[in-house]
Design a protein around this ligand. Structure first.
Ligand SMILES: [Zn+2]
Length: 241
């Protein structure tokens, strides 16, 4: 069981193990709260509960997800929201058919996606940013997702191996396209217009003071004017981790 040994070593090195490897032998279904493994890991004041409902989930992927969490979550918290939740739950859930989704401190991951895309570890970086955001409706959805992918770009630990990149600007795009398209716009704004703009947008969304006027207040230009400037000269030097 080489994998098991690798994981144990990793946990001993990086985390304090509160409880580990509690297993149930029945499969977890939609209405079944059962799970195969549950680990509680604590480091630097943050607690990650890792529940797997998939007995075949690759321990190497699990190991990488845990490593990513303890690397990126404290950085996201430090920059954006020091009051973010200290306890996060990950659930590897075969019943979930999207890629991943997060709410109330619980991030749910589709094991099939991670099996097919084992290097897409920074899905963790994106999902836990939703916990840090805690906007609760304080921001339009495209901006929420754009900021989460902006954070994946800045703090991601495996984007190169995961072949994840911000797409070049193409005619017909809009900032409301969300995710990576909005994220690239935010990186461009940060480099060319206002260094702290993402922090200001994030803060306004969380404190429910975000309005469309905020863009003009902070930059002197409306959102549409900023987008027009962007698409007139969208060149951007990007670097990935
Ligand atoms: Zn998201």
């Amino acid at each position: 069981m080489e994998n098991k040994r690798t994981i144990s070593l990793y946990l001993l090195l990086f985390c304090t193990i509160a409880t580990t490897a509690k297993a149930q032998d029945k499969p977890a279904g939609n209405n079944d709260p059962g799970y195969y493994t549950k680990d509680s890991l604590t480091k630097d004041g943050y607690n990650l509960i890792f529940i797997s409902k998939d007995s075949t989930f690759n321990p190497v992927t699990k190991n990488k997800m845990i490593g990513a969490f303890f690397t990126v979550y404290p950085q996201e918290a430090k920059r954006f929201n020091a009051n973010t939740l200290k306890k996060i739950i990950f659930i590897i859930d075969p019943a979930y058919t999207g890629v991943a989704a997060t709410g109330n401190g619980v991030a749910r991951y589709n094991p099939k996606w991670l099996k097919d895309h084992p290097e897409d570890i920074d899905v963790v970086t994106h999902e836990v940013m939703h916990v840090v955001q805690a906007y609760h409706g304080g921001s339009p959805g495209w901006l929420t997702e754009g900021i989460a992918d902006y954070v994946r770009y800045v703090y991601g630990v495996n984007n190169i191996n995961g072949k994840w990149a911000l797409p070049n600007y193409k005619e017909g795009q809009s900032y409301t396209n969300s995710y990576r398209i909005t994220a690239r716009f935010l990186v461009w704004l940060e480099k060319n217009v206002r260094k702290n703009l993402v922090d200001e947008l994030d803060n306004a969304a969380r404190s429910k003071t975000y309005t469309a006027e905020l863009w003009k207040q902070q930059t002197g230009k409306t959102l549409d004017e900023l987008w027009a400037d962007y698409i007139a000269n969208p060149a951007l030097e990007l670097s990935y981790h």
